[in-house]
Design a protein. Sequence first.
Length: 257
Amino acid sequence: MKKYLFMIGMAAAILLSACGEEEVSSETADTDEMKIVQDENEALKERVSELEDELEAFDRTGDSETADAEVAELEEENEQLNNRVSELEEKLSSAEEQEEEVMALKEENETLESELVQAEEDLASAQEEYEDNTAEESTEAVLEEPAEKEAAEGDDVPREWESALNSAYSYAEIMHMSKAGIYDQLVSEYGENFPEEAAQYAIDNIEYDWKNNALESARSYQDLMDMSHAAIYDQLISDYGDKFTEEEAAYAVENLE
C-alpha cells in the first residue's frame, strides 16, 4: 500500500512539472485555456497534499497497530510466565510443608518408641518384683496354713474334693483371688473343671484373709496399670472382674497408699 501511494505521488509530481513547462511555453495562449490549466494545477496540488496526508496517517496507524499487537502478545506471554512461576512456587511451598510434617512425625515416632521401650522395661521390672513378692508371701502362707485346713483334710471326704480345696488355697495364696473368683475358677471348663460339689466344698472349708487379698489385688492394679481408686474399686467388685465383696473392696481402697 505504501508503494502504491508513493507511485501516485511521483506521477502527480511529474504531471505538475509537465504542466509548468506547458504554462511557460504557452504564454501566448488563450487566457481561458491558461485559466483552465491553472485550475487543474491547483487541483493536482491539493490531491498530492491529500495523498501525502493519507500516506503519513497510514504509516502512523500501521505502526501503532503493530506495536499494540506486539505489546498485547508480550503481555500475554508475561502473564503466562507469571502464572507458571506462581504454580511452581505453590508446589515448592507444599513440598517444603510436607517435608516438615514428615520430619515432625519421624521425631514424634522416635520419641514414642523410646517411651515404649522404657515402659516395657518398667513393666518387666514391676512384674519381676511382683513375682518375687508373691513367691515370698506364698512360702510364708504355706508355713502358716490355718488349723482348719488340716482338720478338713483329715475328714473322710472324696479325694477330688480335697484336691479342689488345695487348689483353692493355691489361688488364694498365689493369685490373691476372692472367694467367688476362686469358685468360678474351680468349676470353669477353661480352669480346673471340678464338679460343683467339690468346688463348693472347697469354698465352704477354706479360711483366708479375703480383705488382704483384695488389698493385694488393688496394689497390683495401682502399680502395674496406674488405675484410679474408683476404677480399682469397680474392678474389685465387678462380676467380670475380681468379685470381692463391697466390704473387702472398700477396705482395699482405703488402705492404698
